[in-house]
Design a protein. Sequence first.
Length: 593
Amino acid sequence: MKRSPSINATYWPLARCASLPSLVVAGLLGVVLAIGGLAGCSRKEAAPVAAASAPSAAAVALESLIQEFAKVERPEEDEMGGLLDVSAAAFQHEIDVRRQLLEKVRQVSKDGLSLDEDIDRRLMIGLLDSSIHTAEARRIWENDPALYVPAPEIGRGLEPTAPGTPQERATSLVAVLKDVPTRLDHARRNLKTPSRSFTESAIFKTEGTIKLLRESAPTLAAQAGDAKESLNASTKTALSALDDYLKFLKDDLLPRSTGSWVFGKENYDYVLQHRWMMDTDADAILARGQKAFEETEALAQEVAKRIDPKARHWTEVYEKLKDDHPPADGIKQAYQAKIDGARAFVIEKRIVTLPPGERVITIDTPPAMRRSSPFGTFQSVDAFGSELEGKLVLTPIEDWMTPKQREDRLRSHHTAWIPIIAVHEAYPGHHVEGLKRQQNSRLLRKIVHESIMSEGWGLFTEEMMFEQGFLQGDDVRLTQLRNRLWRAARVILDVSLHTGRMSFDDAVTFLSEKVRFDRYAAGLDVGMYIERPTYVLGYLIGMQEIEQIRADYIKQYGELNPPNEFYDRLLGVGAIPPALVRESLFAQGKLPR
């Protein structure tokens, strides 16, 4: 039986597998955009969390519903492999399942629940309610033609370093490829009048998938033993279906792609108020983004003047900083040195408590992934696993590149940039946050991973490690402020795009002129905003929310001494909306000394 698609997983990924900022050019390590994803992102079945004492009837009912929620968010893999069911009926079924679960959770009384249990109850209500609302508003099965192209599954199947023997990987890939024609038939039946941007994105994704399959499948087939013939046959069938789909996209769907990707203010406000439980709306969030942009730009200009008093604009100084970078064969070592240094600093200053045996290593991006991940990714620990090793996956500077391409790529790994990545991704950033999530005893808190807390924490750690003294020097400070300026721009653009204040081209121009992005890179970034409304708010708005929680904690309990007294407990609550984090944290009171 085919598995149903997950509405929430499609546009609201709750489990972080691999994540870095999504910019692929002009400075930041990029997430996999068009094809593939990191091999080995596990999806283990969630295990029940044992209760410490006899629970109330309400608590028993809630725990049962959390288990049900876990099955919706983390469905077991189909034993026969293959792809998710993407029929219109399957998407509607997914919505119906969530609506039924929502009604059950709403019937659970808070009476008899502990505070943390009641927070879980309200958290589930917010997530389910908002997911249903978003799914019905966006109707992605009718409006996103890229949804039907199984690029990540094909990319993982063709990855030489993926788990399993070549024959085992080939057998799994065959199951995926056999489903491609049916999947693309559903696309033709489901798609209505998507936006032109979405159709153009699907064309790009389909072309890349075709190229990858044609180039890499023969290599796997040659190593696949008894699975060779079936892989060759299924590859031929899938390629034929993808070629036909590409023609459909260009000749049929593109001319009628007159729809809009605009989410709308009402829907935008719904996410803010129901999912993230914020007493605010899109207009107020936009004002916060604009204020932060102006303040950050002024700080960047101030730092740039200290570096070069003759410079007219901070970007002139920043571009010169990028000339200082490690050699091509020293990139991994440079990142590893800063990661190790950040780890030692965190331990010495008692910023957070790390479990014995954890570490972060740097490795090369596998060859088949390099086209779609030109800079790299970060692979966090699995919340449901026991592995304590995070991986910064870096794409090497390769011999086939032209001298200019090599130099541009090297400049993106400049010396002032590397320590910021070490902080944001490793210590005390996403790696540490992932470890705390893994340690969380509450099942729902292991599953839920909201950007407003997780991405907010990543950006927050940059400023916190500057305050603590690890990030030092005006060159590093200017780089940090440049990145924060970009996150403030994201707030302005995301709200403006989805409330009709800006067009796609307006947003690209803003990033190009105000943050000095290359236009191609700006287009990639804006493309992500229109596909995932509100997600990118998580960085700046989440950082601000965490800063306010910390300020209020210090006001009530005094300065953090040592810092881990606060940060361990903050991360221990989970990557849930800050309003709920605040409630749980302050209810715990101050630790006795």
